[in-house]
Each structure stands twice: as structure tokens, then as C-alpha cells.
Write a protein that binds this ligand. Structure first.
Ligand SMILES: Nc1ncnc2c1ncn2[C@@H]1O[C@H](COP(=O)(O)OP(=O)(O)O)[C@@H](O)[C@H]1O
Ligand SMILES: [Mg+2]
Length: 290
């Protein structure tokens, strides 16, 4: 049997090279305040992988995506193992476009900080009088460049994103920049509206696109998971303050109250967190997580 080693190991996910395809594995690791907790959140990886799968299916009429299979039977023998069953996605290998495509429907985080300072986010002027967590009149596209490990991603204007892409793909910068912006807004609008009808606010999210062998723009990475997005409960949503996180609030609250814990949390907090992931999955997909 061919052995596989991840060629990329992020905080939460592992990526394996399988020739024409990649196997992206979401682990049960969880991060909070930029640290990986010592606890594992049982089934988090599978739930997030199945959530991405749901969204890729839900939006395939808007933009083609890289998903090939979530069935380990379609993957090399090495992955046909309980350890990878449900949390792995086989994906078409793409040449990635080096822009993080962020879209914001609500004002929070670094967007809120920038607005308070000068009324703009990534060079986009916003209406006066917004309060923290307000819904924006229209979702805005706020691209950033992917930082090298350790650095923070840098927010850029749409015009700067054209320059970045023109350097990477001479003659194609404007075309790709336009395309990924349009796709990003269209994906967010459709999915955020749907999620809202199920009781979940998707305040903002990040997409990554790449090019297939024919130069088509294809949606990659993970899609609209709570790890790549801010999910807020609709119930209790109240502009004028920060909102609780749909999935990580119990973890954050506990860590704040226990600053000396060294990132090992009580089972009870982890159990409640697992239930939040299951609940989000069930609300969004209409299926029980099995
Ligand atoms: N279809 C794809 N083809 C090639 N690379 C991909 C594809 N989908 C996602 N990626 C890349 O795989 C990596 C996923 O790893 P991740 O743990 O998110 O690390 P990071 O975002 O820190 O680079 C990212 O670099 C992402 O751009
Ligand atoms: Mg990533």
C-alpha cells in the first residue's frame, strides 16, 4: 500500500498530494485566540468537511468547484480507514490565485476597526453612523494578500488586487480580479440569505480560487465553514456590540475566565462545543449529523 505524508500541515487541516488531485483532511483540532487547544473536538473535522460539501453542491451553478469526492472508496487505499472517513475531500489540484477573497455582509473585526478610524474598509467608503455588527447595505468585497507564515494577511484595495494578479498572470490581472470578485459576491449573497433563513448569520467569509488545466477559474479550499467564516446566531443578534460566535463562544468565554489553563479545557465545555457544530450542520443541511 502506498503511504502518504501531508505536504502541508496547517493548524487544523492536512493536505496530501495525490498526483492530479489533493486529499484535504479536516482534523478535530480547534483553535481559539490563535492557539490550538489541547482538546480534540470529536467529529469537528467531519462536520466541517460535510458542510463544505453541502455548499459546493449548493453553488455549483454559480461557479465550478474543486470537489471530486468525499467518499474514501474513491481515494487511495491509505485513506480507506476510519481516521479519514468523512473528514477527507478529494479535490482537483488547481494553480491557486494568490488572493484571499473576503466578503463582508456585516461590519466587525478588522473592518469595524478601519471604519471607526476613517469611515472606509479596504478603500470602500461606507455610510456614516454604522454601529458595530451592523448589516451593510450591500455586501462588500475586501481582498487581502496571503501573508507568509507568521505575518498577518494584508488588506488591499480592488485596484491593488489587479496589480497582484497582473504580476502573477501577465495579461490576465484585470480579468481574474473581476471574475473572483463577482463570484465572491454572488456566492456570499446566495448562501448568506439561505443561512439566515435557517437562523445563522454569516457575517463574513473567505473564499480561495484557482485555475484548472484549461485556465478556468474554479472555487477551491474549504467553503463557508465556521473556520473560514464568522457565524453568528440570529437569535439575540444585536447591533451596537460584538456578537457571540456560533461555534466557539463557550471556548472563548472559558479561556477568558481561565487565563492560566494552558489551553486544556474541561470536557463539559468541549461537549457543548461539539453540540454547536452538530446544530449548525443540521440547521444548514436539514440533515442530522450521523
Ligand atoms: N484545489 C486546490 N489545489 C491546490 N491548492 C489548494 C486547493 N484548495 C486549497 N488549496 C491550498 O491548500 C492549502 C490548505 O491549507 P491550509 O491549512 O488552509 O493552510 P494555509 O491557508 O495556511 O496556507 C492552502 O494553501 C490553499 O490555498
Ligand atoms: Mg487556509
Amino acid at each position: 500500500m502506498q503511504e502518504f505524508k501531508p505536504f502541508k500541515e496547517g493548524k487544523v487541516r492536512e493536505v496530501y498530494d495525490n498526483g492530479e488531485s489533493l486529499i484535504i483532511v479536516a482534523t478535530d483540532r480547534i483553535s481559539a485566540f490563535d492557539h490550538i487547544l489541547k482538546n480534540k473536538v470529536t467529529n469537528k473535522g467531519a462536520i466541517l468537511t460535510q458542510m463544505s460539501r453541502f455548499w459546493f453542491d449548493f453553488t455549483k451553478d454559480i461557479v465550478p468547484n474543486h470537489m471530486l469526492s468525499v467518499d474514501v472508496k474513491d481515494m487511495p487505499e491509505f485513506f480507506q480507514n476510519e481516521k479519514y472517513d468523512g473528514n477527507s475531500m478529494m479535490c482537483k489540484k488547481l494553480e491557486m490565485i494568490p488572493i484571499e477573497c473576503i466578503v463582508r455582509g456585516y461590519i466587525t473585526g478588522s473592518g469595524w476597526a478601519s471604519y471607526k478610524e476613517n469611515g472606509t474598509v479596504c478603500g470602500i467608503k461606507l455610510p456614516e453612523g454604522l454601529v458595530e455588527s451592523d448589516k451593510l447595505p450591500e455586501p462588500i468585497y475586501t481582498p487581502s494578500t496571503k501573508a507568509e507564515i507568521g505575518d498577518h494577511d494584508e488588506n488591499i484595495s480592488f485596484e491593488q488586487s489587479i496589480d497582484v494578479l497582473e504580476k502573477a498572470f501577465p495579461g490576465k490581472g484585470a480579468e481574474y480580479a473581476e471574475k473572483i470578485k463577482e463570484y465572491t459576491i454572488a456566492l456570499y449573497k446566495k448562501c448568506a440569505e439561505y443561512a439566515l433563513s435557517k437562523g445563522i448569520i454569516i457575517a463574513d467569509t473567505k473564499f480561495e480560487f484557482g485555475l484548472d488545466e484549461n485556465g478556468n477559474v474554479v472555487l477551491g479550499d474549504e467553503m463557508l465553514t465556521p473556520d473560514s467564516s464568522r457565524f453568528w446566531p440570529l437569535e439575540g443578534y444585536k447591533p451596537g456590540q460584538g456578537q457571540p460566535s456560533y461555534d466557539k463562544q463557550f471556548v472563548r468565554d472559558w479561556l477568558k475566565a481561565n487565563p492560566d489553563s494552558d489551553y486544556l479545557l474541561p470536557d463539559e465545555v468541549i461537549k457543548k462545543t461539539i453540540e454547536k457544530y452538530e446544530e449548525a450542520f443540521e440547521l444548514l443541511t436539514g440533515k442530522k449529523f450521523a
